[in-house]
Design a protein around this ligand. Sequence first.
Ligand code: AMP
Length: 213
Amino acid sequence: MNIVLLGAPGAGKGTQASLLEESFHLVHISTGDIFRANIKEGTPIGKIAKSYIDAGKLVPDEVTCDIVKDRLSKEDVKGGFMLDGFPRNTFQAEQLDRFAHIDLCVNIDVDLSLLMDRICGRRVCSCGESYHVSTLNGATTCKKCGKELYRRDDDNPETVQKRLDTYFKETAPLVEYYANAGKLFTVTSGKQPPKAVYDKIAKELVRRGRSKK
Ligand code: AMP
């Protein structure tokens, strides 16, 4: 089963992907993580991506689609994957339909008023885990792997506002795109804990025939 995770920045796509990866045989592919790894390594792709990411804009489609196409050609995704952060506009969704088959789009719907606080209070680990300062009780290291947590450069109020604007203008229309394709499953996150949201998504995956590990 191949899944697209859709949702505004801060909706919890990464958190849900981690939970789903643990319990279903699905490979988690985050374009944001791929770009951040390229930036860290100083690759040509990283150099292009950085200026767009810092400005809260989308990295050009050509670069992004090539990265995803290449990643999806690898053997490990053959048993199913979850795309987190891709596609982010209609052009990318159309391109994706050309080089992969998507079975389901899980749309995580969350109240706009919660997003700014969620993202600005986010602390992440290079292992992929993410936390909110309000639940860390002053801890500065990852509970899963022990590494130092950090705040993403683009998780500041000014860039977050731009990312949200970009989301509503360019990415939100994909809800209709996948609804029209008969592939949309929307889960309302609200203030529910991640596990409650996960339970709903997991139930839907099982209902559609995906078995747990
Ligand atoms: P994320 O980690 O998904 O929040 O992505 C962080 C940033 O990476 C975004 O704000 C964009 O600048 C860039 N990015 C991630 N995925 C895409 C994509 N599919 N298309 C264009 N830019 C992307």
